[in-house]
Write a new protein. Structure first.
Length: 407
């Protein structure tokens, strides 16, 4: 394996991550629109369907996995120890889980007698995130005011956790961890797995295959096969642990991140090959994932919410296709322009992810009500695209103001 492959910034990975975050903001904002094509939306519970919105999150998880070898190998190349790398992984995981849990609690609404409302909960939370996890100037290292800001942010989050009550009277809880929390759990498992198996590509593939087998055994089959998983997951310790405690379900999210790790591992292995041979290999991988998805479709439906194996493998196929396309067109004018436009979503991804929440609060504060015609059909889609453009532009502005979340 050519480890030098990991020591050069991979623009294809950055662009792929930026594109998935951009589309994620777009499909999330589609909630304001109506009368839009169904292929742009999420599939419903139990629906055998994958729309554009159903590709975004799994592709982002694949992008997270693709970045893991680059991040870890770069640390080792700088002389960082395995212990410090493990601590780094655990701290990133804690940060993602904390942010995910804090944000997901707002989905339950707010108690009328409590302090928190739709207008203040997320801005306070996001301000605390920036206090703790902002990329501060190097000149601030060891300064008392940096420590003060970080401690203030931590105390703020603790106060929110102890005082929050939702509209149903429920107190602060992990719930389903939120998007960032799910990413955090999957990232931790796959990053540690890569650390342990980095000297053996076979070991990395074994981890991937093990996750595949677990997903096969624990995923509910379609109605034609009884609608239950091969291994019963109800009323037993394993089911309680996976579903009620860890909320990892069938491990599909871990499988997606590990698929990204495998893609980067194979890309490094193929780095010495000719461009034509690499294209053939990547095309074969893409076709293999599509075939695997279609084979699995005999037993499971395409559905993000469950989540199912056909959904996983079709998303991996899309990820491989996008990465391959960006790899071989990286120097083209069109791709360079696209990278320039979307760059904040790739290099300040977490910051850009937070911006829509702030914009929605701003709309409420200013009492901006979008007329019905501006949210319908094609015009509604254009409205959402404009929202994406504003979010990315603000991400670039935040970077210039030295406000950048990085965990």
């Amino acid at each position: 394996m050519d480890r030098s492959f990991y020591l050069v910034r991979n623009k294809a990975v950055d662009l792929f991550r930026a594109l998935t975050m951009t589309v994620m903001i777009f499909v999330n904002d589609m909630g304001r629109a109506f009368d839009v094509p169904h292929w742009l939306e999420h599939g419903e519970w139990g629906e055998d369907f994958m729309g554009l919105a159903d590709f975004v999150f799994p592709c982002f998880l694949v992008a997270v996995g693709m970045s893991i070898p680059f991040a870890i190998e770069n640390r080792y190349s700088k002389g960082k120890s395995a212990e410090s790398t493990l601590i780094h992984i655990l701290l990133r995981t804690v940060a993602l889980i904390v942010m995910g849990v804090v944000l997901v609690n707002s989905e339950g609404g707010y108690s009328e007698t409590g302090f928190f409302t739709q207008l203040n909960y997320r801005p306070i939370a996001i301000a605390a995130f920036f206090m703790i996890w902002n990329v501060y100037p190097k000149s601030w290292s060891g300064k008392w005011y940096k420590t003060l800001l970080q401690c203030t942010g931590a105390v703020t989050l603790l106060w929110m956790a102890f005082t929050f009550v939702d509209a149903s009277g429920n107190h602060f809880a992990a719930r389903w961890w939120g998007i960032l929390g799910l990413i955090g759990w999957a990232y931790m498992f796959c990053a540690i797995s890569y650390m342990l198996a980095r000297n053996s590509a076979c070991g990395i593939y074994i981890v991937w295959f093990s996750l595949f087998v677990i997903a096969i055994l624990t995923s509910p089959l379609n109605e034609a096969w009884g609608g239950e998983p091969i291994v019963p997951m109800k009323d037993n310790f394993l089911g309680t642990l996976l579903h009620d405690t860890l909320h990892v379900d069938n491990g599909a999210h871990h499988l997606l991140v590990m698929s990204g790790v495998c893609i980067s591992t194979l890309a490094a292995k193929w780095n010495a090959l000719t461009a034509g041979r690499k294209i053939i290999n990547e095309l074969c991988m893409c076709v293999a994932m599509i075939v695997l998805a279609l084979v699995c479709h005999n037993f499971w439906i395409f559905n993000k919410l469950t989540p199912t194996l056909p959904w996983v493998f079709m998303a991996v196929a899309a990820a491989v296709g996008c990465y391959s396309l960006f790899s071989y067109t990286a120097e083209s004018r069109a791709v360079k322009v696209l990278y320039t436009v979307l760059k904040p979503a790739g290099t300040a991804t977490l910051t850009v992810y937070m911006i829509p929440s702030l914009l929605y609060v701003l709309f409420r504060l200013l009492e901006i009500e979008w007329p019905e015609w501006s949210r319908a059909g094609v015009v509604g889609v254009m409205n959402c695209l404009c929202f994406v453009a504003v979010s990315i532009a603000l991400g670039a502005l935040f970077e210039k103001l030295k406000l950048k979340l990085k965990v």
